[in-house]
Design a protein around this ligand. Structure first.
Ligand code: F6P
Length: 366
């Protein structure tokens, strides 16, 4: 009988998930003794009654590497440690089903689990590993906020989409002499904002790691409009904060989704600039989930494929409790504990920030 690896995708989707799945399956098929199954919607497929487990093979993963999303589906709600259950009184309760799930996986004959997810998913994997599950992590997120890996796959695609947005906004802003504020994703990390602002040549970029001052932005706008005409592109990360202020966020009303919903900073900034006396025409664009959907760039396909192949190799070696990571030029296994001990933020002293400042871009702080 063949050994069984179970693969799943958890947390927000991002371009490249399917390329990982294909990489895992392709590598497993090079052996004679491994088969791969997928759990639908993260761990839910294992815990649901009836279970939702699909067989994965060379035929049904063929050509999926350039498709966005995930053929296995995903969720940001619940999970084995906090399974939403409705009580008799109709109120939601959250039940820890992790032991039951590990036993179920054993009963199914699963010898290795490959969990593709962001930092939340890696934390869950770490806890499951501590409880005895043979699990390997694969880091994904457009936010690029995971430690231990130079890049997460999905990030480059998001930057490409955001850069195209900047390119398109420049022509319309220049035609109308406007300030256009582009809000991009990234949660508490400014990677997408700063990268696309540099690639697109934005005049201002606001990131969570460098709180901004309104008067600095106003001065930049005034300088650009000194001769009466001009245009300014401001790329703002959804988690950007004004000095002394906080990020705009709200608690999710989706049962079991503990993530704060970020957003609204472009709208607030436009309003604040107006109130502060900015009298040029201004518009805002919120890029939203366009950054997450669609086909992955070649870089992300390659990285995702490398992660998939490496994760399966760790499973074959029996090297569990690790997350695969890209540390140029290698793909290396990193213990979960090391990978989740902190997050990866843009350092204000980094070369990327210095480059932005070196082009005359304002980061809103000075
Ligand atoms: O973590 C990825 C991400 O796209 C963030 O950049 C964003 O804040 C969040 O997910 C959006 O989550 P949702 O798709 O649940 O609205």
């Amino acid at each position: 009988m063949k050994k069984k690896a179970l693969i799943l995708t958890g947390g927000g989707d991002c371009p490249g998930l399917n390329a990982v799945i294909r990489g895992v399956v392709k590598r497993a098929e090079l052996t004679d003794d491994w088969e791969v199954v997928g759990s639908i919607q993260s761990f839910d497929g294992v815990l649901h009654e009836p279970q939702e487990i699909v067989e994965l093979n060379g035929s049904n993963v063929a050509g999926i590497h350039y498709q966005g999303g995930t053929i296995l589906g995903t969720t940001t709600k619940g999970g084995p440690f906090a399974w939403p259950t409705k009580g008799k009184d109709g109120a939601w309760d959250f039940v820890d089903r992790s032991d039951e799930m590990i036993q179920t996986l054993k009963d199914m004959g699963v010898e290795a689990v490959i969990s593709i997810g962001g930092d939340g998913s890696q934390r869950i994997s770490n806890r499951l590993y501590d409880q005895g599950l043979n699990i390997i992590g694969v880091p994904k997120t457009i936010d690029n906020d995971l430690l231990s890996t130079d890049y997460t796959f999905g990030f480059q695609t998001a930057v490409q989409v955001a850069t195209e947005a900047v390119d398109r906004l420049v022509t319309t802003a220049a035609s109308h002499n406007r300030v256009i504020i582009l809000e991009v994703m990234g949660r508490d990390a400014g990677w997408i904002a700063l990268s696309s602002a540099i690639a697109g040549g934005a005049e201002v970029c606001l990131i969570p790691e460098i709180p901004y001052k309104l008067d600095v932005i106003l001065e930049k706008i005034n300088t650009r409009f000194k001769k009466g005409r001009g245009h300014v592109i401001i790329v703002v990360a959804e988690g950007a904060v004004e000095q002394g202020g906080g990020a705009l966020s709200e608690v999710s009303d989706e049962i079991g989704n503990e993530n704060l919903k970020l957003g609204g900073v472009a709208h607030k900034l436009l309003h604040d600039l107006k109130t502060a006396g900015c009298d040029v025409d201004m518009r805002e664009t919120v890029l939203g989930h366009l950054q997450r959907g669609g086909t992955p760039t070649a870089f992300d396909r390659i990285l995702a494929t490398q992660f998939g192949v490496s994760a399966m190799e760790l499973a074959i070696e029996g090297n569990f409790g690790k997350m695969v990571a890209y540390q140029h030029p290698n793909i290396v296994p990193v213990p979960f504990l090391e990978a989740v001990k902190d997050q990866n933020f843009v350092s204000p002293d980094s070369a990327l920030v210095a480059t932005a400042r070196g082009t005359g871009m304002s980061l809103g702080d000075k």
